[in-house]
Ligand binder design. Structure first.
Ligand code: PMP
Ligand code: GLN
Length: 383
């Protein structure tokens, strides 16, 4: 393994899901729903397979049906217009979108400013691109994780190539506000930066609203917006993601993508095109259902003695384990399956400044109600 990747080892999600399996625990670690997405969307995938749609290499940019559906979704939801032929690119999940964006846009030695804690692939992809990550730490304050805009400003240097943003934010559940996004946009314009913004949880917002960074003044042509069918439609195994951006940025990201996977998931692309056209009620129900689950798990965790950071978005809740005694989240998560049959993720692995993340542990609530109830009952035994 080369030096760029050596520090990363095995992703925490693989490690913790393996632990859940070997101990028979409830897996609230890796974020995937335990109920598949809509029946009609699954049927659409079956139809595509049967009718021979996408069984051979689809177009490199993604099938036109899906690109059009993505552009319509951005228009319907946010009033953002994108040309499906030049401003949309389908990727193998958001994961490839992140990798291709960084590989395409970052020069060796460039600095990439990213919010910390960060989704684990960010650090690895910045490293693979030869960039240097510059973390800006979100800090717990008043029950929420907050971005210090002065720290963000101070993190930008003449070597900064881009800001890698994530809202709604995994793992903290923070949804950046209009005011915060306005300032981030102003900074990007002032310092002439690109922004790659990971908005995969765009539909999972319980308080406030998701506003795409691309909709702010001056951002349309300097923003790569990433999303994924995995989160919005509960098909994490399909690996259909996408970017929307200016023609120049789409062309750049596509240059990298063509040598990573070239194309992906032909028949699923047709099915996701149908999914994106589901009526508003689908998206509202998804959100309301997850809000109930958030409340159930948050209340249970609080009862069990955790300090809970109630998330405004995503399907993760971050907790502080210190009220339970101890402050080492990694050790806590390794021991939790034995102690009570539940798996969680230590937030420390999402930090460069590990000490900042040490006592925090993330639980996923994208699980059936009875599973969450059982997890809550098990966690009660901890106190
Ligand atoms: N970004 C974030 C913030 C995520 O949490 C995830 C997945 N859990 C991804 C990207 C990857 O998405 P995909 O499964 O579509 O590759
Ligand atoms: N994004 C999901 C999470 O944060 C899992 C993704 C993965 O397994 N790589 O839990």
């Amino acid at each position: 393994l080369n030096r760029r990747l050596a520090e990363f080892g095995t992703t925490i999600f693989a490690e913790m899901s393996a632990l859940a399996l070997s101990t028979g625990s409830i897996n609230l670690g890796q974020g995937f729903p335990d109920t598949d997405g809509p029946e009609e969307v699954r049927e659409a995938a079956v139809r595509a397979l049967r009718d021979g749609l996408g069984n051979q290499y689809p177009p490199g940019q993604g099938v036109p049906e899906l690109r059009t559906a993505i552009a319509l979704h951005q228009q319907r939801r946010y009033g953002l217009s994108h040309d499906p032929d030049t401003e949309v690119l389908v990727t193998a999940g958001a994961t490839e979108a992140i990798a291709a964006s960084l590989l395409a846009l970052v020069e060796p030695g460039d600095e990439v400013v990213a919010l910390e804690p960060y989704y684990d692939s960010y650090a690895a992809c910045i490293a693979m691109a030869g960039g240097t990550r510059v973390p800006v730490t979100l800090r717990p304050h008043g029950g929420r994780y907050v971005l210090d805009l002065d720290e963000l400003r101070a993190a930008v240097t003449p070597r900064t190539r881009l800001i890698l943003l994530n809202t709604p934010h995994n793992p903290t559940g923070t949804v950046l506000t209009r005011e915060e996004l306005t300032e981030i946009a102003a900074l990007a314009v002032e310092r002439d930066l690109l922004v790659v913004t990971d908005e995969v949880y765009e539909h999972l917002v319980f308080e406030g609203e998701h506003i795409p960074l691309a909709s702010f003044p001056g951002m349309r042509d300097r923003t790569v917006t990433i999303s994924s069918a995995g989160k919005t439609f509960s098909f994490t195994g399909w690996k259909v993601g996408w970017i929307t951006a200016s023609p120049a940025l789409v062309t750049a990201v596509r240059s990298a993508k063509q040598y990573l996977t070239y194309v992906s998931a032909g028949p699923f692309q047709y099915a996701v095109a149908e999914a994106l056209r589901l009526p508003d009620a689908y998206f509202t129900t998804l959100r309301d259902d997850l809000r109930d689950k958030r409340d159930l798990l948050s209340a249970g965790l609080a009862d069990a003695g955790f300090e809970v950071y109630r998330p405004a978005g995503t399907y993760f809740v971050t907790t502080d384990i210190r009220p339970l005694g101890g402050s080492d989240g990694v050790a806590f998560c390794r021991a939790l399956p034995e102690r009570c049959g539940v798996v969680a993720i230590p937030n420390a692995v999402f930090y460069d400044h590990r000490d900042q993340g040490s006592p925090f542990v993330r639980f996923a609530f994208c699980k059936r109600t009875e599973v969450l109830q059982e997890a809550v009952a098990r966690l009660k035994g901890l106190a």
